[in-house]
Structure formats: structure tokens, C-alpha cells
Design a protein around this ligand. Structure first.
Ligand code: FAD
Length: 277
């Protein structure tokens, strides 16, 4: 069972837990993106297990009739085992999700996986339009990737980038990453017909997207994590489409630990929960 201290960031361990959270969000006008926690598998068995878990989840989402998508990690579906393993697992998840009318997001991992991930996305998205991929503003290549992705259907989530990338391929200074994020949004709003997802908690980035929306009229959605700026998420629903990324599953500890360590306030929240005040 997930301890109460972790339940701010993780919905629970089971499908039932994540669907209950999705239902509560739905009542507040927030869509959800379910992510079964798991990554960096080096054998095919856990990747196949997670593939089947996602297949069962999309069936349950379809039956529940919720505005809920899923987000999968390439290394969770076997990219570390073999590219073919990842591609065939992804194919199966996407087929089952399409049968049940569920949108599938592909998370982006470190820069060594970008080509394979984007190739899998562009391959599948011509057949299954309910597909989206994440790109990272900290990578120097991303503006070129965005120009290319503008020609495809599907959706693209822009994030700043969570991986510690080398200076040879990435901007490393926070101010430069913020500038790159704005440059990427410029490209998306100018060249995309829609399908823009702003994956950021940063009020400056969200405000910039709103400005671009006013200028270009292109639709966009805002995506934030469970447990982060939730009151802002609720406020934004008055005018914008908001999606909350909701992690769940029994491999919750390392995700929870990362969330706790990234901000001083989160650590204080954790300490207060432990001492009961
Ligand atoms: P930051 O640069 O971290 O913070 C900027 C400002 O935002 C802060 O100054 C503060 O005002 C506000 N803020 C940020 N965090 C908090 C908080 N906890 N509480 C209150 N205010 C806060 N990364 C990947 O590499 N691959 C992925 O597939 C991926 N998917 C993601 C999906 C979603 C929906 C989201 C939201 C993020 C995802 N990320 C992914 C992570 C992303 O790359 C960033 O590491 C992460 O979002 C932090 O950057 P930021 O834009 O939110 O703002």
C-alpha cells in the first residue's frame, strides 16, 4: 500500500486506484493521463507485463467512459532490450487503446533514445491519430524535430527536459532552457494546426502559451503532474483544457523520491507529514 505521504504524487498501486483518481479529476473538469510507473527494463518479461497492464487499463478506461489517456515510456516497453521489442509492445498497446478510444502518449527519455522514439511515433501516427509524443526544449535538436512533426497528425507535448544531458547536445543553463522553451512554443503555434500540449508548471511558460494562443488562435492544452500546482490546475480549467499526469503502480518509490528531492517545499511537506503537523 502507498503510504499517505506518497499519495500526493502517486494515485495508488492498482488500476482501481488510478481510475478512482481519474474520476475525481473528471468531476473537476480535469482530464487525466495515467502512467504506470516502470522504466529501464533489461529483459522482455517486465516489458511484456507492463504492456499487458496497459492493455487491461485501456479496456477499463473505455468501459468507465472517462476522458483519460495513458502515457508510456519507451524503456518500459522494452527499448533497452531491443528496438523491435519496444516497437511490437507499443504497437499492441496502441491497437488496444484505439479499440477502446483511448489516447496514447509516448514519454521521451534521454537523448540517445530520441531518434528511435520519434521514428516509432511518426510510423504509428499516420495510422493511429490518437497518439502523442513528448519533446524536450533542452535538446538543441528539438526545433528541427518540431518543424518535421508539424507535418504529422497527433499531438506533441513540449517539456523542458528531465534528463541530465551533455553540453554537446543540450542547453544546460536554466535561463537558456527557458528561452529554448519559448522558441519551441513559437514554432508550434506558428506551424501546428493544433495538438499542442504545454507540459510545464512554470507560470511564465503557461502565460507565454496563452499569448501565442491569442495571436495565432491555435488550440492547446496544459499538462501538469499530480501533486504539483493543483490549485492552478483547477483555476486554469475555467479557460483552458487541463490534463493531469497521474503516476500509479507498485514501483512508486523512486518516482516519489525524485518529486520529494526536486524542491525544498516538497521536502518540507514530507517532513511535516512524517512528524504529523
Ligand atoms: P521548472 O523549470 O522546474 O520550474 C519553473 C517554475 O514553475 C518554478 O519557478 C515555479 O514557479 C513553478 N513550479 C515548478 N515546480 C513546482 C512545484 N513543485 N510547486 C510549485 N511550483 C512549481 N520530462 C521528460 O524529459 N520527458 C517526459 O516525457 C516528460 N513528461 C512530462 C509530462 C508532464 C505532464 C510534465 C508536467 C512534465 C514532464 N516532464 C518530462 C518533466 C519536465 O521535463 C520537467 O523536468 C518538469 O516539468 C519541470 O519543469 P517545469 O517546466 O515544470 O518548471
Amino acid at each position: 500500500m502507498i503510504p499517505p505521504i506518497a499519495s500526493r504524487f502517486v494515485a495508488g498501486e492498482t488500476d482501481r486506484d488510478v481510475l478512482a483518481h481519474a474520476r475525481a479529476l473528471d468531476a473537476e473538469g480535469i482530464a487525466s493521463i495515467c502512467n504506470l510507473l516502470g522504466e529501464h527494463y533489461d529483459s522482455p518479461e517486465p516489458a511484456a507485463e507492463d504492456r499487458e497492464a496497459y492493455c487491461a487499463l485501456v479496456e477499463a478506461i473505455g468501459e468507465a467512459g472517462l476522458d483519460t489517456s495513458i502515457s508510456v515510456k519507451p524503456s518500459q516497453l522494452g527499448l533497452g532490450v531491443a528496438e523491435e521489442c519496444f516497437r511490437s509492445n507499443l504497437q499492441r498497446v496502441v491497437e488496444r487503446a484505439t479499440e477502446h478510444g483511448v489516447f496514447v502518449w509516448i514519454d521521451m527519455e534521454d537523448h540517445e533514445t530520441t531518434d528511435v522514439t520519434l521514428d516509432a511515433y511518426t510510423h504509428h501516427v499516420t495510422e493511429y491519430e490518437d497518439l502523442g509524443v513528448c519533446v524536450q526544449a533542452n535538446l538543441e535538436r528539438t526545433p528541427d524535430d518540431l518543424h518535421r512533426l508539424a507535418d504529422y497528425p497527433g499531438k506533441v507535448r513540449l517539456v523542458k527536459g528531465a534528463y541530465d544531458e551533455p553540453a554537446a547536445v543540450a542547453h544546460r543553463e536554466k535561463s537558456r532552457v527557458d528561452e529554448a522553451y519559448r522558441e519551441c512554443l513559437d514554432i508550434m503555434f506558428a506551424e501546428f494546426d493544433g495538438g499542442i500540449a504545454v507540459g510545464s508548471h512554470d507560470p511564465a511558460m503557461v502565460d507565454y502559451a496563452k499569448e501565442l494562443h491569442d495571436t495565432h488562435g491555435t488550440d492547446f492544452e496544459i499538462q501538469m503532474l499530480m501533486g504539483v500546482r493543483e490549485s492552478a490546475q483547477r483555476d486554469l480549467t475555467a479557460e483552458y483544457e487541463v490534463h493531469q499526469y497521474v503516476p500509479y503502480g507498485d514501483r512508486w518509490f523512486s518516482y516519489f523520491y525524485r518529486r520529494m528531492m526536486e524542491r525544498r517545499q516538497n521536502l518540507l511537506f514530507g517532513l511535516r507529514a512524517i512528524v504529523g503537523r
